[in-house]
Ligand binder design. Structure first.
Ligand code: FE2
Length: 405
C-alpha cells in the first residue's frame, strides 16, 4: 500500500498578498483546524509575489480540510486545489530503491541456453554467488567486495588492453580525463578489476553519483528511476572467459570501463539524472521514449570535439568493434542530438546501431535533454533533494501499489 493510500493528501496553490504576516495568517488556518502540513514551498510568481505550494494530510470532503480551503479562499489573493494524480509506483526515498533492485528481467544466475557460460557449472556457481551479494545488498550497506579470480582478471585484462588504445583515439575528453584519475584512485589496471565500492566513492565525491550492485538487467522504468537519485545500478560479475570480447548482458567490464568514468562529468551526470527524474511516475509510453533517449545518449552517444566524432556512450566505450565503427562515421546515419527524435527511434540490441545521435558537447547533450523533458506532459514535476536523498514532487500524487512491491 502506498503512503498516500494510508494518508490522503491535498495540495493547494496559494497566492498571498505581498505584506508581512500574510503567510503566517494563511498557515494559522491549518493549525486551527488541526490539519497536518507535510510540505510547503514558495515559488516566485508575478509582480514580485510568491506562490506557496502547500501539501497537507487529509482528503476533500473532510470537514477540517474544507474549512481550511474556505478560509484560505477568503484570505488569499488566489487559491487553487490541485488534483491528486494516480501514477505508477516510484521511489520517493533512496532506501526505496531496495524494492526494485532485485527485480531483474533476465534469468540472473540461471543463464539463458545461448549464454557462453551456460554449460560451465563453475561459472554458474560463481554467478550465483555474486548474484546473492547483489540481492542481499540494502541501501546504506557498503558495496560488497568481490575477490576476483585469476581467470576473471585475465578476462578483464583482455578487454582492458583491447580498449585502452581505442579510447585514446575515440573516447571523449571528459572520459579520458576521468579515466586517468580513476586508474589511479580506483586501481584500474589490466591486471586488476576495480572494486565497485571504490569507484562509487570516487564518483560520489566528484558528482554525487553512486553505484549500486544489481544482479542483472532491470526493467527500464526501474533502472531509470534509480538515475533520479543519482544512483546507477551496476553489475559485478564478469563475462565468460571463453568469449572475452563478447557479452550478451552488462557485466563489470561494461559498467566500470564503459559507464563509470562518464559519471564523473557533471554535465553527463545531470543529463542522466534528468532522464531519471522524468521517468518517475511516467506512463509506460513515456518510459519507452525516455529509455530510447537513454539508449542514444548514455549508451551510444557521440559528441564532436575539434571536428572529430568522439564517444561518450558506454555501449561504444566498452565495445572495441562498435567504437571504431561509430567514430569512423562512415556507414551509420549520423543525426544531430535531438531527444524528441531519439524518443521515436527504434534500435537493435544485438548488432551495431544504424543511427547515432551527435551532440555538440556534453553540455549541449544535457541542455537539449532538459529542454525535451520540460515539454513532456508529466503528471508532476519532480526534483531530487540531495540532503534528504528524497524526491520532492510539486503536487499530490498517489503511487499505485504493485503486487511485486
Ligand atoms: Fe549500459
Amino acid at each position: 500500500m502506498s503512503e498516500s493510500m494510508r494518508h490522503g493528501r491535498v495540495s493547494l496553490l496559494i497566492e498571498l498578498a505581498d505584506r508581512p504576516g500574510a503567510l503566517e495568517e494563511a498557515l494559522h488556518h491549518f493549525s486551527v483546524a488541526g490539519v497536518n502540513l507535510t510540505h510547503i514551498e514558495s515559488r516566485p510568481a508575478r509582480d514580485g509575489r510568491f506562490d506557496f505550494y502547500v501539501d497537507c494530510e487529509g482528503e476533500r470532503g473532510d470537514p477540517a480540510i474544507e474549512g481550511v480551503i474556505a478560509a484560505l479562499a477568503r484570505g488569499s489573493e488566489a487559491m487553487l486545489v490541485l488534483d491528486e494524480r494516480t501514477v505508477p509506483w516510484f521511489p520517493r526515498q533512496v532506501a526505496e530503491l531496495d524494492r526494485i533492485a532485485s527485480h531483474t528481467l533476465d534469468a540472473g544466475a540461471d543463464l539463458e541456453a545461448d549464454h557462453p557460460g551456460f554449460k560451465d557449472p563453475d561459472y554458474r556457481a560463481r554467478r550465483a554467488m555474486i548474484d546473492r551479494l547483489a540481492r542481499n545488498h540494502r541501501h546504506g550497506d557498503p558495496i560488497p567486495k568481490v575477490e576476483y579470480t585469476e581467470q576473471e582478471i585475465e578476462t578483464w585484462g583482455i578487454v582492458y588492453r583491447k580498449l585502452e588504445s581505442l579510447h585514446e583515439q575515440h573516447g571523449c575528453a571528459a572520459y579520458l580525463e576521468a579515466f586517468a584519475h580513476m586508474a589511479h584512485a580506483c586501481s584500474y589496471a589490466a591486471d586488476n578489476i576495480p572494486q565497485a565500492g571504490d569507484v562509487s566513492a570516487f564518483l560520489e565525491a566528484r558528482t554525487g553519483f553512486r553505484l549500486r550492485p544489481v544482479a542483472g538487467l532491470l526493467a527500464p522504468r526501474d533502472f531509470l528511476n534509480g538515475l533520479a537519485f543519482r544512483v546507477f545500478f551496476s553489475t559485478q560479475y564478469i563475462r565468460h572467459h571463453s568469449a572475452p570480447l563478447y557479452t550478451p548482458e552488462p557485466d563489470v567490464c561494461h559498467e566500470l570501463i564503459g559507464h563509470a568514468p562518464m559519471f564523473a562529468d557533471a554535465a553527463f551526470a545531470d543529463l542522466s539524472q534528468e532522464i531519471g527524474l522524468a521517468s518517475l511516475g511516467a506512463s509506460d509510453a513515456e518510459i519507452e521514449h525516455l529509455a530510447r533517449c537513454y539508449w542514444f545518449s548514455v549508451e551510444f552517444g557521440l559528441i564532436r570535439e575539434q571536428g572529430d566524432l568522439k564517444a561518450y556512450g558506454a555501449g561504444l566505450l566498452s565495445s572495441f568493434g562498435e567504437l571504431e565503427y561509430a567514430c569512423a562515421g562512415g556507414e551509420a546515419e549520423l543525426r544531430e542530438w535531438d531527444p524528441a527524435a531519439a524518443a521515436e527511434q527504434d534500435f537493435p540490441i544485438t548488432e551495431y546501431q544504424p543511427v547515432y545521435f551527435v551532440a555538440d558537447s556534453l553540455q549541449d547533450a544535457k541542455a537539449r535533454m532538459q529542454t525535451y523533458c520540460r515539454t513532456l506532459a508529466r503528471p508532476f514535476y519532480a526534483r531530487y533533494h540531495a540532503a534528504t536523498e528524497s524526491i520532492w514532487v510539486d503536487r499530490a500524487v498517489r503511487r499505485t501499489s504493485s503486487s511485486r512491491r
